[in-house]
Ligand binder design. Structure first.
Ligand SMILES: NC(=O)c1ccc[n+]([C@@H]2O[C@H](COP(=O)([O-])OP(=O)(O)OC[C@H]3O[C@@H](n4cnc5c(N)ncnc54)[C@H](O)[C@@H]3O)[C@@H](O)[C@H]2O)c1
Length: 413
């Protein structure tokens, strides 16, 4: 009997779709068979990338409906911009409800949506379809982080007691397309864009391997946001020159720095702390993901730029600017880190293997749309705290209707 193979279709054909497609070299039992994006040429390019890498006979589809209806497609990876999430999910749900196609699983990129109201709608829609669902948080699958967590818990926590403090940070010099910078489209600034990762990494580190996600519960959130760099006149001008008038940080900035301290407690009532820091105002070699876990007699730390491989270019080497050494690269000279296999190191390979395996076996992944909703509730509470300048006890009322000031255009940095 030949193995069952899943056919995967991508919604969106941007940066992250290309990352996922590259990671497919390390994914078994599933092929990339489709891409839909409103820009047909881009969808064709992404499909061609899949064919060139021999990860599937992918074709560009004319619509989400056509992709869902295709017998070649069993699962969808939602990778469009944040402001199209609900619309994309509604198109999927509507097609399934009118019996125009069948799906086994849907995986959605971070963040699940722009706010809690939309995240609730995503959960409602996916439950309506009855399809398995996953929340794509690649960083939990980073091999170094996963292994260090296993060891810290197996050796350290087993003998000395559970860890109590997790730190997680994601920092780079700013996103690559205009919609990320527009709070109304993206859902906020760096807090929604990147703290979704850090919150989930910290939660993952503090949760005992094998224990349910809700074995640690938030008790309060304290946060701060700031515009440190991009609303300065010269940098606001740079953004305008690069992205056009729609990105005007002199009149409508979003935060480029956010930090949150989230207090949790475990089943035994132990206090636990997650410290998360994210910024679009970090200029180092490139994207830096760092995390730590501290317990009574042990600690772990991971830093994606400490990759072990480096290259050096003297001042005589004046090549083009690129992103060939590391994601969000800021320099091409001097001593530069090289991340050997970015799609593996950041977690995409293991992430996609995991979700494919769950969907093939008909298993609901634990990292699902509910997890994406949990993260969004914490992020919106962080905005509330930053706006009100106080620690917010968990869980605040009215989260479903909360809209950050940065999105409403009333935020004063
Ligand atoms: N896991 C990560 O670390 C990570 C990294 C980058 C982006 N992301 C997430 O992935 C998503 C896409 O980000 P990106 O970097 O690829 O963005 P991008 O701007 O590079 O690409 C966006 C893509 O969406 C397509 N698109 C436009 N309108 C659409 C619509 N109505 N429906 C569906 N697609 C549409 C565009 O054609 C483009 O191909 C975002 O939600 C982002 O937060 C996650």
């Amino acid at each position: 009997m030949p193995h069952r193979r899943l056919g995967i279709g991508f919604i969106g054909s941007g940066f992250i779709t290309r990352f996922h497609i590259q990671s497919w070299l390390a994914v078994r039992d599933a092929d990339v068979r489709g891409v839909w994006s409103p820009n047909r040429d881009h969808a064709e390019e992404a499909a061609a990338l899949a064919r060139t890498l021999h990860v599937g006979e992918a074709q560009a589809f004319d619509s989400i409906e056509a992709m869902v209806a295709s017998p070649d497609i069993d699962c969808l990876w939602i990778c469009g911009p944040n402001h199209r999430r609900v619309e994309n999910m509604e198109a999927i749900a509507h097609t399934l409800e009118t019996s125009k196609g069948e799906l086994i699983g849907i995986a959605c990129e971070k963040p699940l949506a722009r706010n809690v109201g939309e995240a609730l709608r995503m959960v409602e829609l996916v439950k309506q379809t009855g399809v398995l669902h996953g929340y794509l948080e690649d960083q939990l699958f980073s091999p170094g982080l996963q292994r260090a967590r296993e060891i810290a818990w197996a050796r350290g926590a087993a003998l000395a007691g559970r860890p109590y403090l997790a730190r997680a940070a994601e920092e780079h010099s700013g996103p690559h397309t205009a919609w990320f910078w527009q709070a109304a489209l993206q859902g906020g600034g760096v807090l929604t864009d990147m703290m979704c990762h850090s919150v989930e990494v910290a939660r993952f580190l503090l949760t005992k391997p094998g224990a349910p996600r809700h074995s640690i519960r938030p008790t309060s959130v304290s946060a701060q946001i700031a515009s440190l760099k991009w609303s300065r006149p010269e940098y606001a001008e740079q953004l305008r020159a690069r992205f056009g008038a729609s990105v005007d940080y002199s009149t409508r900035p979003a935060e480029d720095f956010a930090r949150a301290t989230i207090a949790f407690e475990d089943d035994a009532g132990h206090p636990l702390i997650a410290e998360t820091t994210t910024s679009w105002s970090y200029v180092g070699a490139g994207l830096r993901l760092s995390s730590e876990l501290l317990g009574p007699e042990y600690s772990l730390s991971v830093n994606s730029l400490d990759s072990g491989a480096r290259v050096f270019f003297s001042r005589a080497i004046e090549g083009e600017a690129g992103e060939d050494l590391v994601e969000k690269q800021n320099a091409e000279q001097g001593l530069m880190p090289v991340v050997g296999n970015e799609v593996a190191e950041y977690g995409y390979e293991a992430e996609n293997r995991h979700f494919v395996r769950c969907f093939l076996e008909g298993r609901q992944p634990e990292l699902d749309f509910h997890a994406g909703l949990d993260v969004m509730e914490l992020l919106m509470t962080a905005y509330m705290s930053a706006e009100q300048g106080r620690t917010i006890p968990w869980k605040p009322d009215n989260l479903a209707n909360f809209m950050p000031a940065v999105v409403r255009g009333t935020w004063q940095p």
